[in-house]
Every structure is written in C-alpha cells, then in structure tokens.
Design a protein around this ligand. Structure first.
Ligand SMILES: *Cc1c(COP(=O)(O)O)cnc(C)c1O
Length: 385
C-alpha cells in the first residue's frame, strides 16, 4: 500500500484547465476571477460578503485589524487550534488568553469563557475567537449572547468547517461562517483544507462596514474611491488612509478555488461518509474512544479524531505501515512563545488531557474504501496484536 497521509488535496483536470485559462488572461493578480470566487464562496457559505486573501493567517490578521485590535486589546481563544488563531492578536500588539475546551466537542468551552469574563474587571476583554475544531460547528448563538453581555466582538475561525452547520434554538440551520451570529469568519485554502488554492484564505461577513474596511486593508490601506479621497489630483491619484498590507490572492489561485468550490458539497458528503465508516468500525471497539458528532449532522470533518491511551505507540505503529496519522493540535498555550509571555503558568487541563490521547486518522475525499479499510485494520491490529 502506498503512503496514506492524514489529509490531501484533490486536483481535477477541470481545476488544471481553469488555472491554465486564468494564466492566459490579462490579469493574473486581483482580476475578475477574484470577484467571481468571492461571490460563489459567499453564496456557498450563506454570507453577504466575502473577501479573498493570501492565506488563512492573513484572513485572521486582517480580521483582527478590522475589528480594531491594538496594543490595549485582550482576546480569548481556544488552545486546541492552529497557532495562527492566537498569533493574529499578537500581530496587532494585543494579548491573547486561552480558555479550556469542552471535552465533549473539543471546541471552546463557553462556561470557561463565562467564568473568565466574570472574574476579570469589566472592559478587560475585547473579543472572542471560537474555532470550529475538526469541523464541529460552534454554537455561535450562545457565544453571541455572551459576547453581547460584555460588548465583545466574535470572530469565528471556520478553517475546518466550510459547509458545516449548527442548529439554533429556533430550529434554524446556521452554516459555519454565514455571519448570522459572528461579526467575521475566516477560512483557509491550504491544501489539507476542504478547498485548495495552494495558499489562500477568505473572510466572510454580513457587516457592510467591516467589509469595506477589509477591502482597503487587503491592499495597503489604499483607496481610489472618489467619495473617500481628501483631494483630487487626476486619474492616477490614490490615497493611503491607514497602514494596510498586500494580502491579495492571485487570479489563478481564485480560478482554482472556484473550480474546487464546485465539488465542495459532494466532497463534504464523501467526508461525512468516511466518518460513518470509522464510527461503525470503532464505535464498540474498547481501546479507542470517539468524539460524538452533533446530532444534526452538521459536522464538516476536516479531521477525524480518535482518542487512545496508547497514542504515541499507535502513531509510530501506523507510520511503519505507511499511514501518516497526525496530532491536532499541540495546545497553543504550551508553546514556548506563549509560555514565556505569560507571567503565571496557564492551565487548560481538558486541552492538555485531550492532547495526550488524540490522533487524526486519514480523512479526505479521495481516500478510497480499500485504503480506509486498510487504516482500520492496522489500528485494530495494533491493539489486538
Ligand atoms: C489552517 C488553519 C489556519 C491558517 O490558515 P493558513 O491558510 O495555513 O494560513 C488558521 N486556523 C486554523 C484552525 C487552521 O486550521
């Protein structure tokens, strides 16, 4: 059996044709394909606006800037995430605090956040960054209520969850990143994510003011909008109104993204089918513990995580069999950078306990039935001998 990674992109002939066509066109950065990708993505996600950017980390950084994060800001996120979810606040000079996860969902524990907010002087915190970890949609209705109680903004890190959803108290399905409850949501188009652009990212929102800010921040803080200009010199004239960045996506990456987006729904269905097969294989298998998915079927399965007390030995065993399982994630608050920044040791016992036992099994749409059965058999062989 050839090597089986935990995740991988799928590039079709249609994708290659779309990129080739874009390369032959007049604009290879920030051309018409950016617009088309943004519109199609916003529609898929169910948000009003989408802003394409260079990668998911840039999406986080621009979001933090648009939300006004600065050196006086304090923000809360979960420790079980990619470090970028936290780093975006540090880019702006703000401080990031970590609240523990709920072991039932591995997402930010709202009760831990509530306790942290209640214990701090009012005004200490400015925002919350919940993460739809592995594709498990955060209950943003509950987080919105808590955020409103304290006057906080809400930034959803939805990198794992395009097409995922939760069901709110009105019985309404709320797609991840649809902007109904969060101010902004961000996505990544890194090759292991649902949609691959090589590098790429997107910010979605329903807020027209944040949308305008993001557009300007993406291109150096420069505007040519006649309504915004402080004076008029001629056709060439532009003004830089704030310190922005070059965080643009290229037109040929957008062409790839749009082409991939056409398969997103079928690929998501395939991810969910793969998860059902793992669920059945391991549901009654003693040595392996599973994380129960939400009952409404809204899980987007960027990752399929199993828990075991013999995680390291299983990881090593699978590697000898050509199966490259992975660990998501090393708790961010234990990274030396964040440990050194904190005056007192930060403790998130649930996240730390989860990290000791978690293992992400191969999960991607082109994982064949045969490959998946091989993975299952190798896991079982490890425990059964
Ligand atoms: C991938 C990822 C990011 C960063 O995205 P890049 O495109 O790699 O910069 C941020 N947050 C989470 C949860 C991610 O999985």
């Amino acid at each position: 059996m050839h090597p089986i990674p935990y995740g991988r992109q799928e590039i079709s002939e249609a994708d290659i044709a779309a990129v080739t066509e874009a390369l032959r066109a007049d604009f290879i950065t920030q051309g018409p394909r950016i617009d088309a990708f943004e519109r199609a993505f916003a529609e898929y996600i169910g948000a009003r606006y989408a802003v394409a950017v260079a990668n998911g980390t840039a999406a986080l950084h621009l979001s933090a800037l648009a939300l006004g994060v600065g050196p006086q800001s304090r923000v809360i996120t979960a420790p079980i995430t990619f470090t970028a979810s936290a780093n975006c606040i540090r880019y702006c000079g703000g401080e990031i605090d970590f609240c523990d996860i709920d072991p039932a969902t591995i997402t930010l524990d709202i009760e831990a956040v509530r306790r942290r907010l209640a214990a701090a002087p009012r005004g200490t915190y400015q925002g919350l960054i919940p993460v739809d970890f592995a594709g498990y949609a955060t209950d943003l209705e509950a987080f919105r209520e808590l955020a409103d109680e304290y006057g906080l903004w809400l930034l959803e890190d939805s990198c794992h969850a395009p097409g995922g959803f939760f069901t709110d108290r009105q019985g309404q399905v709320q797609g991840c990143g649809n902007g109904a409850y969060a101010d902004l949501a961000i996505f990544s188009f890194h090759p292991v994510k649902h949609i691959a652009c090589g590098e790429g990212g997107m910010i979605t929102t329903n807020d027209p003011e944040l949308y305008q800010k993001l557009l300007v921040l993406r291109t150096h803080g420069i505007t040519k909008d006649p309504a915004q200009l402080e004076r008029q010199d001629g056709g060439w004239y532009y003004e830089m109104h704030q310190l922005g960045y070059n965080y643009r996506l290229t037109d040929f990456q957008a062409a790839l993204g749009s082409s991939q987006l056409q398969r997103a729904a079928t690929n998501l269905a395939r991810r969910r089918a793969i998860a059902r097969v793992y669920d059945e294989a391991f549901g009654d298998f003693g040595p392996v513990e599973l994380i129960a998915p939400p009952a409404d079927g809204g899980h987007a399965y960027h990752l399929y995580v199993i828990l075991t007390d013999q995680r390291k030995a299983l990881y090593d065993h699978l590697r000898t069999r050509g199966i490259y399982a992975q660990i998501h994630y090393i708790p961010v608050h234990t990274q030396p950078y964040y440990r050194r920044r904190s005056a007192e040791p930060v403790s998130c016992p649930q996240a730390e306990a989860y990290y000791e036992r978690c293992l992400s099994l191969p999960m991607y749409p082109t994982l064949s039935e045969e490959e998946q059965q091989y993975v299952i058999a190798q896991v079982m062989e490890f425990f059964n001998g």
